[in-house]
Ligand binder design. Structure first.
Ligand code: HEC
Ligand code: HEC
Length: 242
C-alpha cells in the first residue's frame, strides 16, 4: 500500500520533469535569436534578416506547427534545400521557430525576391534554383575552386549538392538533377577559365606578372634618387662659389 503510493509519486514527478525538460527545449527564443543571427545555416539568406521573407516566404507569420517546421527542414517543399539532423537539431529548429515567430509580421504585399535570369543556361539554373541566396550572383561559389587551383567539374558540383561539406544544405535529385548540376558546373568552369587565366598564364616576355605596387615603389625610388643628386650638385656649387 505504502510502497504503491511512493511509486505513483515518483512516476508523477518523473513525468512532470520530463515535460518541463521538453518544454524548455521547445521554447528558447533567446537561443533561437543567437542561432538565427549567427547565420550558421544561412536561413535568413532566404527568409530575410527579420524573417520578413526574401527568396523564401516570411517565417515571422508562420502558423505551421512544431512538427511541420521540423518536417519542412528535413523534407522541404519547393526550392528550400534539406538540412540534416547532423547540421541542425530538432531543438535548434524549435528555438529558431520560437524566436522568429515573435518578430513583427511581414508586409501585407510580400512578394518573393526575383532571383533574375541569364542567357547562359547553367547561370540561369544557378539563379532560378536560388543558389544565389548564398552565393555570388555573377560567379557563384568560384573562390573555393580558384583557391584550390581546381577546375569545377560536374562530379564536384554533384558531390557538393548530395553530400555537402562546410554546412551547405543538401539538394535532392528531384530539386537539382544531375543534368542540371552538370550545366551549373559548365557555367562555373567558364567563370573559372576567365578568372584563373590571367593569374596562371603570365603574358609573354614577363617572367612574373608585375604588380602595381612594385611599379609605384620603383617610380618613387627613382624620384628620390634624382632629388638626392640635384641637392648634392647644388650643395657642391655653393661650396665652390664660396
Ligand atoms: C535556399 C533558400 C532557403 C533556405 C536557405 C532556407 N529556406 Fe526555408 N523555405 C524556403 C522556401 C522556398 C520555402 C517554401 C515556401 C513555400 O512553401 O511557399 C521555405 C519554407 C520554410 C518553412 C515553412 C513555413 C510555413 O509556415 O509553411 C519553414 C519552417 C522554413 N522554411 C524554415 C527554414 C529554416 C529553419 C531554415 C534554416 C535552417 C531555412 N528555412 C532555410 C527557402 C529556404
Ligand atoms: C543556404 C546557403 C547555400 C545555398 C542556398 C547554396 N549553397 Fe553552395 N555553399 C554554401 C556553403 C556554406 C558552402 C561552403 C563555402 C565555403 O567552403 O567557403 C557552399 C559551397 C558550394 C560549392 C563549393 C564546393 C567546393 O568544392 O568547395 C559549390 C559547388 C556549391 N556550393 C554549389 C551550390 C549550388 C549549385 C547551389 C544551388 C543549387 C548552392 N550551392 C546553394 C551554402 C549554400
Amino acid at each position: 500500500m505504502y510502497l504503491r503510493r511512493i511509486i505513483v509519486v515518483v512516476l508523477v514527478v518523473m513525468a512532470l520533469s520530463n515535460l518541463t525538460v521538453s518544454l524548455a527545449l521547445a521554447q528558447d527564443p533567446d537561443n533561437g535569436k543567437v542561432l538565427w543571427e549567427e547565420q550558421i545555416w544561412q536561413c535568413s539568406m532566404c527568409h530575410g534578416d527579420m524573417a520578413q521573407g526574401l527568396y523564401g516566404r516570411p517565417l515571422s507569420n508562420s502558423t505551421a506547427t512544431e512538427t511541420e517546421w521540423i518536417d519542412q527542414v528535413r523534407h522541404p517543399r519547393r526550392s528550400m534545400p534539406t538540412f540534416s539532423e547532423a547540421q541542425v537539431t530538432d531543438e535548434q529548429i524549435l528555438d529558431i521557430r520560437a524566436y522568429v515567430t515573435s518578430l513583427p509580421a511581414p508586409a501585407d504585399d510580400f512578394r518573393p525576391q526575383d532571383p533574375g535570369t541569364s542567357d547562359n543556361e547553367g547561370h540561369n539554373l544557378f539563379l532560378q534554383k536560388r543558389c544565389v541566396a548564398c552565393h555570388d550572383p555573377d560567379v557563384g561559389p568560384l573562390n573555393n575552386f580558384v583557391q584550390r587551383g581546381e577546375e569545377p567539374t560536374a562530379a564536384a558540383v554533384i558531390a557538393q549538392l548530395r553530400t555537402p561539406k562546410n554546412n551547405m544544405p543538401t539538394y535532392r535529385e528531384d530539386q537539382v538533377s544531375d543534368a542540371e548540376a552538370t550545366l551549373i558546373a559548365d557555367f562555373l568552369a567558364e567563370q573559372y577559365a576567365l578568372q584563373a587565366a590571367p593569374a596562371t598564364l603570365p603574358t609573354s616576355g614577363a617572367d612574373t606578372p608585375t604588380s602595381q605596387t612594385a611599379w609605384w615603389l620603383t617610380l618613387i625610388g627613382s624620384l628620390a634618387l634624382a632629388l638626392g643628386l640635384v641637392v648634392r650638385i647644388l650643395l657642391r656649387r655653393r661650396a665652390t662659389s664660396r
